[in-house]
Design a protein around this ligand. Structure first.
Ligand SMILES: O=C(O)CCC(=O)C(=O)O
Length: 286
Protein backbone atom coordinates (compact mmCIF):
# COMPACT_ATOMS: atom_id res chain seq x y z
CA UNK A 1 0.00 0.00 0.00
CA UNK A 2 1.43 3.46 -0.81
CA UNK A 3 2.51 5.50 2.23
CA UNK A 4 -0.15 8.23 2.54
CA UNK A 5 2.14 10.24 4.84
CA UNK A 6 5.03 10.53 2.36
CA UNK A 7 5.31 13.46 -0.06
CA UNK A 8 5.39 12.30 -3.67
CA UNK A 9 8.69 14.00 -4.51
CA UNK A 10 11.45 16.39 -3.43
CA UNK A 11 10.99 20.15 -3.46
CA UNK A 12 14.42 21.46 -4.41
CA UNK A 13 13.26 24.07 -6.94
CA UNK A 14 10.31 25.10 -4.77
CA UNK A 15 12.67 25.63 -1.81
CA UNK A 16 14.68 28.07 -3.89
CA UNK A 17 11.48 29.93 -4.88
CA UNK A 18 10.36 29.98 -1.23
CA UNK A 19 13.68 31.52 -0.14
CA UNK A 20 13.56 34.09 -2.95
CA UNK A 21 9.86 35.02 -2.98
CA UNK A 22 8.64 34.07 0.51
CA UNK A 23 5.81 31.98 -0.95
CA UNK A 24 5.52 29.16 -3.45
CA UNK A 25 2.82 26.79 -4.69
CA UNK A 26 3.64 23.09 -4.31
CA UNK A 27 1.58 21.49 -7.07
CA UNK A 28 -0.30 18.22 -6.59
CA UNK A 29 1.27 17.15 -3.30
CA UNK A 30 -1.81 15.87 -1.49
CA UNK A 31 -3.77 12.80 -2.37
CA UNK A 32 -7.43 13.62 -3.06
CA UNK A 33 -8.42 11.14 -0.32
CA UNK A 34 -7.02 13.64 2.19
CA UNK A 35 -8.98 16.44 0.50
CA UNK A 36 -12.23 14.44 0.71
CA UNK A 37 -11.61 13.52 4.34
CA UNK A 38 -10.90 17.14 5.28
CA UNK A 39 -13.96 18.43 3.40
CA UNK A 40 -16.07 16.25 5.70
CA UNK A 41 -14.14 17.49 8.75
CA UNK A 42 -14.60 21.13 7.67
CA UNK A 43 -18.35 20.51 7.20
CA UNK A 44 -18.56 19.46 10.86
CA UNK A 45 -16.92 22.70 11.97
CA UNK A 46 -19.12 24.83 9.72
CA UNK A 47 -22.21 23.16 11.22
CA UNK A 48 -20.89 23.32 14.79
CA UNK A 49 -18.22 26.03 15.01
CA UNK A 50 -15.74 25.60 17.88
CA UNK A 51 -15.39 27.87 20.92
CA UNK A 52 -12.74 29.91 19.11
CA UNK A 53 -14.66 30.37 15.83
CA UNK A 54 -15.09 33.86 14.39
CA UNK A 55 -17.65 34.98 11.83
CA UNK A 56 -15.74 37.75 10.05
CA UNK A 57 -18.64 38.82 7.79
CA UNK A 58 -21.13 41.07 9.59
CA UNK A 59 -24.44 39.37 10.33
CA UNK A 60 -26.98 40.09 7.63
CA UNK A 61 -24.28 40.46 4.95
CA UNK A 62 -24.00 38.19 1.92
CA UNK A 63 -21.83 35.09 2.04
CA UNK A 64 -19.86 33.84 5.05
CA UNK A 65 -16.23 34.14 6.17
CA UNK A 66 -15.64 31.71 9.01
CA UNK A 67 -12.35 31.50 10.85
CA UNK A 68 -11.60 28.88 13.48
CA UNK A 69 -8.47 27.88 15.37
CA UNK A 70 -6.86 24.86 17.05
CA UNK A 71 -9.25 22.29 15.61
CA UNK A 72 -6.45 19.71 15.98
CA UNK A 73 -6.90 19.83 19.76
CA UNK A 74 -10.46 18.46 19.63
CA UNK A 75 -11.12 16.87 16.21
CA UNK A 76 -9.22 13.74 15.10
CA UNK A 77 -9.20 14.42 11.34
CA UNK A 78 -7.55 17.82 11.85
CA UNK A 79 -5.01 16.22 14.20
CA UNK A 80 -4.21 13.47 11.68
CA UNK A 81 -3.97 15.98 8.85
CA UNK A 82 -1.49 18.10 10.85
CA UNK A 83 0.63 15.21 12.14
CA UNK A 84 0.06 12.11 9.98
CA UNK A 85 -0.41 13.43 6.43
CA UNK A 86 2.43 14.30 3.99
CA UNK A 87 2.45 17.87 5.43
CA UNK A 88 5.06 17.35 8.21
CA UNK A 89 7.55 15.85 5.73
CA UNK A 90 6.88 18.72 3.31
CA UNK A 91 7.48 21.22 6.15
CA UNK A 92 10.74 19.45 7.01
CA UNK A 93 11.91 19.64 3.40
CA UNK A 94 11.17 23.35 3.12
CA UNK A 95 12.58 24.25 6.54
CA UNK A 96 15.50 21.79 6.45
CA UNK A 97 15.14 21.48 10.23
CA UNK A 98 16.14 18.46 12.32
CA UNK A 99 12.89 18.58 14.28
CA UNK A 100 9.58 20.07 13.15
CA UNK A 101 6.86 20.80 15.70
CA UNK A 102 3.25 21.62 14.96
CA UNK A 103 2.13 25.08 16.09
CA UNK A 104 -1.59 25.39 15.23
CA UNK A 105 -4.22 25.11 12.53
CA UNK A 106 -6.50 27.91 11.30
CA UNK A 107 -9.61 27.42 9.20
CA UNK A 108 -10.45 30.14 6.65
CA UNK A 109 -13.67 29.47 4.74
CA UNK A 110 -15.00 32.08 2.31
CA UNK A 111 -18.34 30.99 0.93
CA UNK A 112 -19.58 32.25 -2.48
CA UNK A 113 -20.56 35.94 -2.59
CA UNK A 114 -18.47 36.92 0.43
CA UNK A 115 -17.16 40.47 0.17
CA UNK A 116 -14.79 40.37 3.16
CA UNK A 117 -11.12 40.63 2.30
CA UNK A 118 -8.32 39.29 4.48
CA UNK A 119 -6.24 42.40 5.25
CA UNK A 120 -2.64 42.75 4.09
CA UNK A 121 -0.44 41.43 6.87
CA UNK A 122 2.58 39.40 7.91
CA UNK A 123 2.03 36.41 10.24
CA UNK A 124 4.92 36.60 12.69
CA UNK A 125 3.72 39.74 14.53
CA UNK A 126 0.58 37.83 15.72
CA UNK A 127 2.68 35.14 17.38
CA UNK A 128 4.72 35.01 20.63
CA UNK A 129 7.65 33.77 18.59
CA UNK A 130 10.73 34.86 16.74
CA UNK A 131 12.81 32.98 14.18
CA UNK A 132 13.08 32.24 10.48
CA UNK A 133 12.17 28.56 10.62
CA UNK A 134 8.42 28.99 10.90
CA UNK A 135 6.35 27.78 8.00
CA UNK A 136 2.72 28.09 6.99
CA UNK A 137 1.18 25.53 4.67
CA UNK A 138 -2.07 26.91 3.19
CA UNK A 139 -4.25 24.08 1.91
CA UNK A 140 -7.39 24.63 -0.19
CA UNK A 141 -10.13 22.01 -0.38
CA UNK A 142 -11.69 23.63 -3.47
CA UNK A 143 -10.33 24.92 -6.76
CA UNK A 144 -9.32 28.54 -6.10
CA UNK A 145 -9.45 31.27 -8.77
CA UNK A 146 -8.45 34.92 -8.64
CA UNK A 147 -12.17 35.68 -8.26
CA UNK A 148 -12.92 33.17 -5.50
CA UNK A 149 -10.39 34.42 -2.95
CA UNK A 150 -6.96 33.30 -4.19
CA UNK A 151 -4.11 34.23 -1.87
CA UNK A 152 -1.80 37.04 -3.05
CA UNK A 153 1.81 37.48 -1.89
CA UNK A 154 4.26 40.32 -2.44
CA UNK A 155 7.26 38.44 -3.74
CA UNK A 156 10.43 39.10 -1.74
CA UNK A 157 8.65 41.17 0.96
CA UNK A 158 9.99 38.87 3.71
CA UNK A 159 13.61 39.62 2.91
CA UNK A 160 13.97 43.03 4.60
CA UNK A 161 13.26 41.36 7.96
CA UNK A 162 11.01 44.31 8.93
CA UNK A 163 8.18 43.50 11.36
CA UNK A 164 4.92 45.47 11.33
CA UNK A 165 2.06 45.63 13.83
CA UNK A 166 -0.57 42.88 13.44
CA UNK A 167 -3.97 43.85 12.03
CA UNK A 168 -7.07 42.07 13.41
CA UNK A 169 -9.00 40.40 10.56
CA UNK A 170 -12.15 42.11 11.86
CA UNK A 171 -12.78 44.70 14.56
CA UNK A 172 -15.41 42.48 16.23
CA UNK A 173 -13.24 39.34 16.50
CA UNK A 174 -11.98 40.15 19.99
CA UNK A 175 -8.34 39.95 18.88
CA UNK A 176 -7.62 43.69 19.04
CA UNK A 177 -6.77 43.57 22.78
CA UNK A 178 -4.36 40.62 22.58
CA UNK A 179 -2.72 41.97 19.44
CA UNK A 180 -2.01 45.43 20.82
CA UNK A 181 1.33 45.99 19.13
CA UNK A 182 4.42 46.57 21.22
CA UNK A 183 6.51 49.20 19.54
CA UNK A 184 5.94 47.93 16.03
CA UNK A 185 5.29 50.38 13.19
CA UNK A 186 1.89 50.23 11.49
CA UNK A 187 1.65 47.90 8.52
CA UNK A 188 2.36 50.02 5.42
CA UNK A 189 -0.61 51.34 3.44
CA UNK A 190 -1.07 49.03 0.40
CA UNK A 191 -0.84 52.04 -1.95
CA UNK A 192 2.73 52.52 -0.74
CA UNK A 193 4.00 49.11 -1.91
CA UNK A 194 1.52 47.73 -4.46
CA UNK A 195 2.55 49.90 -7.44
CA UNK A 196 6.08 48.43 -7.32
CA UNK A 197 5.07 44.97 -6.14
CA UNK A 198 5.56 41.71 -7.98
CA UNK A 199 2.50 39.73 -6.86
CA UNK A 200 2.16 35.95 -6.73
CA UNK A 201 -1.53 35.15 -7.37
CA UNK A 202 -2.18 31.63 -6.12
CA UNK A 203 -4.79 30.04 -8.37
CA UNK A 204 -4.87 26.42 -7.25
CA UNK A 205 -6.46 23.00 -7.48
CA UNK A 206 -7.26 20.67 -4.57
CA UNK A 207 -4.06 18.76 -3.82
CA UNK A 208 -1.91 21.90 -4.23
CA UNK A 209 -0.42 23.60 -1.14
CA UNK A 210 1.14 27.04 -0.61
CA UNK A 211 4.27 27.26 1.54
CA UNK A 212 4.73 30.76 2.95
CA UNK A 213 7.24 32.55 5.15
CA UNK A 214 6.19 34.24 8.44
CA UNK A 215 7.27 37.70 7.24
CA UNK A 216 5.88 37.74 3.69
CA UNK A 217 3.15 40.32 2.97
CA UNK A 218 -0.09 38.58 1.99
CA UNK A 219 -3.78 39.30 1.37
CA UNK A 220 -6.86 37.72 -0.12
CA UNK A 221 -9.91 39.33 -1.67
CA UNK A 222 -13.47 38.27 -0.92
CA UNK A 223 -14.93 35.28 -2.69
CA UNK A 224 -16.87 37.04 -5.44
CA UNK A 225 -17.66 33.84 -7.30
CA UNK A 226 -21.43 33.19 -7.07
CA UNK A 227 -21.04 29.38 -6.83
CA UNK A 228 -17.49 28.30 -5.96
CA UNK A 229 -16.71 27.80 -2.25
CA UNK A 230 -13.23 28.58 -0.90
CA UNK A 231 -12.56 26.23 2.00
CA UNK A 232 -8.95 26.43 3.23
CA UNK A 233 -6.85 25.44 6.21
CA UNK A 234 -3.55 27.06 7.20
CA UNK A 235 -1.21 24.84 9.22
CA UNK A 236 1.83 26.34 10.96
CA UNK A 237 5.02 24.39 11.64
CA UNK A 238 8.05 25.32 13.77
CA UNK A 239 11.63 24.45 12.87
CA UNK A 240 14.96 24.60 14.63
CA UNK A 241 15.39 28.33 15.30
CA UNK A 242 11.83 29.12 16.53
CA UNK A 243 11.96 30.65 20.02
CA UNK A 244 9.43 32.31 22.33
CA UNK A 245 9.40 36.07 22.78
CA UNK A 246 7.64 37.48 25.85
CA UNK A 247 7.57 40.97 24.32
CA UNK A 248 5.62 39.92 21.24
CA UNK A 249 1.84 40.07 20.80
CA UNK A 250 0.21 36.68 21.37
CA UNK A 251 -3.02 35.67 19.66
CA UNK A 252 -3.12 32.56 21.91
CA UNK A 253 -3.98 34.90 24.81
CA UNK A 254 -7.44 35.36 23.28
CA UNK A 255 -9.85 34.19 26.03
CA UNK A 256 -11.58 31.77 23.64
CA UNK A 257 -8.35 30.23 22.32
CA UNK A 258 -6.38 29.84 25.54
CA UNK A 259 -8.66 27.14 27.08
CA UNK A 260 -8.28 24.99 23.95
CA UNK A 261 -4.55 24.53 24.47
CA UNK A 262 -3.67 21.06 25.83
CA UNK A 263 -1.71 22.65 28.70
CA UNK A 264 -1.16 26.18 30.07
CA UNK A 265 1.25 28.14 27.92
CA UNK A 266 4.22 29.15 30.06
CA UNK A 267 7.43 30.41 28.56
CA UNK A 268 10.33 32.81 28.88
CA UNK A 269 11.99 34.66 26.04
CA UNK A 270 14.44 32.35 24.30
CA UNK A 271 12.67 29.10 25.27
CA UNK A 272 12.05 26.55 22.54
CA UNK A 273 8.37 25.72 21.95
CA UNK A 274 7.98 22.16 23.30
CA UNK A 275 5.49 20.00 25.18
CA UNK A 276 2.04 18.87 24.15
CA UNK A 277 0.97 22.31 22.92
CA UNK A 278 3.55 21.91 20.14
CA UNK A 279 3.73 18.18 19.30
CA UNK A 280 6.63 16.80 17.29
CA UNK A 281 5.46 16.37 13.69
CA UNK A 282 8.83 15.31 12.28
CA UNK A 283 10.59 12.88 12.75
CA UNK A 284 7.44 10.81 12.90
CA UNK A 285 6.72 8.81 16.03
CA UNK A 286 7.22 5.13 15.12
O1 LIG B 1 -7.07 32.50 3.82
C1 LIG B 1 -6.89 33.71 3.88
O2 LIG B 1 -7.59 34.52 3.27
C2 LIG B 1 -5.78 34.28 4.73
C3 LIG B 1 -4.77 33.25 5.15
C4 LIG B 1 -3.62 33.83 5.89
O3 LIG B 1 -3.48 34.99 6.08
C5 LIG B 1 -2.62 32.90 6.42
O4 LIG B 1 -2.76 31.68 6.27
O5 LIG B 1 -1.64 33.38 7.01
Amino acid sequence: MPDSTAPSRNFTSERAAYARDGAVILKGVLDLDWVERMRAAVAEILDHPGAAAVEYAPSGSRGRYLGDFLMWTHQGDFRDFALASPLPAIAQQILQSDVVRFFYDQLLVKEPNTLEETPWHQDLPYWPLRGEDILSLWVPFDPVSANSGAMRYVKGSHRSGALYAPTPFSSSSGFSAVLAARDLPRFPAPESFLPEADILVCEMEPGDVIAHHPLVFHWSPGNLDPRQRRRALALRYLGDDARFDEDAANFLDHPRLKPLLPEPLQFRTGDRPTGCNFPVAWPRAT
